[in-house]
Each structure stands twice: as structure tokens, then as C-alpha cells.
Design a protein around this ligand. Structure first.
Ligand code: CO8
Length: 259
């Protein structure tokens, strides 16, 4: 792919690591950064040798939000006509598991970007917040929706209405926003370890789990349970189900071929 201005990428075995790299602006999510992020994620999603993706920033900032300087003079009609920042949701269409490894500020769009990932790990100095209201606007990429589902109404209201009540890493873990907290310098490695674990499992089966859990956000319980059971049934059409269960019965390690 062409040279990237705002991102660093590397692969480690079946894991892709994407690092937001706009250090002078605390990884503020300018349009160019998001265009690159969508492009890189799509490439890794299409790459058969990749099983899971880690998204991280710097120790100081995962991302301090959408780029305020870039958007401050925009108008309603252009926002609406161009569906301003609508392309942010493309990351939720990535079919491989995504893990956000968050250090430092995850504010506004930065918090929303983390919430668009499947799993969030936090460094112990991470800070999650939705300060948009202090700028005279509101969260636009899930801060009033995904955050409620993650931490409940009262905490989400408090964060979004004040713009200044933030969650520390510990609080975010207790509230369920984050699955684990690690020392800041270990969080990326731990995210990569988990991504490796997932990446060595059967990719199509992993994708079914992701699909099924995401379905739970969209449909009533009975519909979600039926969706889950049908996917469960369909796993029996895969070589990897045969291999996984045979390996258990033969007391050996399964060798999945992603088929
Ligand atoms: N946009 C643009 N530039 C930024 C941003 C940002 N969000 N955040 C930081 N920067 C820049 C600063 O302007 C500064 O640049 P310069 O050196 O040229 O002055 C540089 O990064 C370093 O920042 P600070 O000097 O401010 O660093 P501090 O350590 O003093 O403060 C803070 C760190 C507290 C994180 C502070 O920078 C801050 O408050 N940033 C803004 C946080 C914020 O309000 N974020 C929400 C933005 S709005 C948003 O995200 C809406 C999302 C809507 C998505 C809709 C999708 C459909």
C-alpha cells in the first residue's frame, strides 16, 4: 500500500498491529487519518494470513478525539450532504476481531473508536471521556449509544452531560468498558498475546462468534438465540469443527486450517 502519513503498521505472525501516529496532535482523528485507517483495516481484513488486529496509539494518547481545528468551521448542510464522519463506522464492518490497546487519552472520538473495537485493554494511566458537550456539540460516533450499553445509563449520562467526568482505567474496567488493565508499557504486548490466541483459532468460527455477539446488540433475545443456534449448527459443516473435536477425543492439539 502507498506510504502512510498518520499510521504505523506491522504484522507479528497472524496478528496485525495498527498504531495511530500523529504525535503532535495527540492522535486527533483528522480525515486523512481515518481514510488511512479504513484502508489499512480493509487490507488486513482481506489478508488470509491475518487472524486478528490490534489498534493502538502512543503512551500519551490513544486519540484525543476528532480533529477540532479541522471541523470547527464546517456547516450543517455540508455535514449532512457529505455525511461528515459517516465513514468512521466502516471499522465496525471489519470481520476479523479487533482489539484496542488504549494508553493515555481516549477522549471523544478516541473513546468512540475504542468502543468500535471488539475488545478494549487499557494501560493503567488511560482516561476515557466524552468531552464534546464542552465544545458545544455532542458525541457523534457512539458516545451516546455504545457507551450506554457498555457502562449503563447513569454513568454514560454523567460523562456525556458534564464532558468532564472521565473514567480512569480502573473505573473503566469496573464498569465493563474495558476487559483488562495492565501497566502502560505492557498493554500492547498483552493485546498482541490475546490477538495471537484468537488468530490461531479457526478464522471462520471466530468470525461466527463475532457475528453472533454483535447480533445481540441489534435484535431481541429470541432472535439472537435463534441466530446463535443456526450458526452453531453451521459450524458442523467446517473442517475445523471436525478437527477440533477429533483432537479433543484423541487428546492432541487441534491444527486448524481456517476451513
Ligand atoms: N483536535 C485537534 N487538535 C488537538 C486535539 C483535537 N481533538 N486534541 C489535542 N490537540 C492538539 C492541541 O491543539 C495541541 O496542539 P498545538 O501544540 O498545536 O497547540 C496538541 O494536540 C497537544 O495538546 P495539548 O497542548 O492540549 O495537550 P495537554 O496535555 O495540555 O491536554 C488534552 C491534553 C486534555 C487531551 C487536550 O488536548 C484536549 O482537551 N483535547 C481535546 C479533547 C476533546 O475535546 N476531544 C473531543 C473532540 S470532539 C469529538 O471527538 C467529536 C467526535 C464526533 C465523531 C462523529 C463521528 C460521526
Amino acid at each position: 500500500s502507498p506510504k502512510l502519513e498518520y499510521l504505523l503498521t506491522e504484522t507479528r505472525g497472524r496478528v496485525a498491529v495498527v498504531t495511530l501516529h500523529r504525535p503532535k496532535a495527540l492522535n486527533a482523528l483528522c480525515n486523512g487519518l481515518f481514510v488511512e485507517l479504513n484502508q489499512v483495516l480493509r487490507e488486513f481484513d482481506d489478508n488470509k494470513d491475518i487472524g486478528a488486529i490490534v489498534i493502538t496509539g502512543s503512551e500519551r494518547a490513544f486519540a484525543a478525539g476528532a480533529d477540532i481545528k479541522e471541523m470547527k468551521d464546517r456547516g450543517f448542510i455540508e455535514n449532512y450532504a457529505e455525511d461528515f464522519l459517516g465513514h468512521w463506522t466502516q471499522i465496525t464492518k471489519i470481520r476479523k476481531p479487533t482489539i484496542a490497546a488504549v494508553n493515555g487519552f481516549a477522549l471523544g472520538g478516541g473513546c468512540e473508536l475504542a468502543m468500535m473495537c471488539d475488545i478494549i485493554y487499557a494501560g493503567d494511566k488511560a482516561v476515557f471521556g466524552q468531552p464534546e458537550i464542552k465544545l458545544g456539540t455532542i458525541p457523534g460516533a457512539g458516545g451516546t449509544q455504545r457507551l450506554v450499553r457498555a457502562i449503563g445509563k447513569s454513568k454514560a449520562m454523567e460523562m456525556c452531560l458534564t464532558g468532564s467526568v472521565n473514567l480512569t482505567a480502573e473505573e473503566a474496567e469496573r464498569a465493563g468498558l474495558v476487559s483488562r488493565v495492565y501497566p502502560a508499557d505492557q498493554v500492547v504486548d498483552e493485546a498482541i498475546k490475546t490477538a495471537e490466541k484468537i488468530g490461531n483459532l479457526s478464522l471462520p468460527i471466530v468470525q461466527m462468534v463475532k457475528d453472533a455477539i454483535n447480533q445481540s446488540f441489534e435484535v431481541p433475545l429470541s432472535g439472537g438465540l435463534t441466530f446463535e443456534r443456526r450458526l452453531f449448527h453451521s459450524t458442523f459443516a467446517s473442517k475445523d469443527q471436525k478437527e477440533g473435536m477429533a483432537a479433543f477425543a484423541e487428546k492432541r492439539k487441534a491444527n486448524f486450517t481456517h476451513n
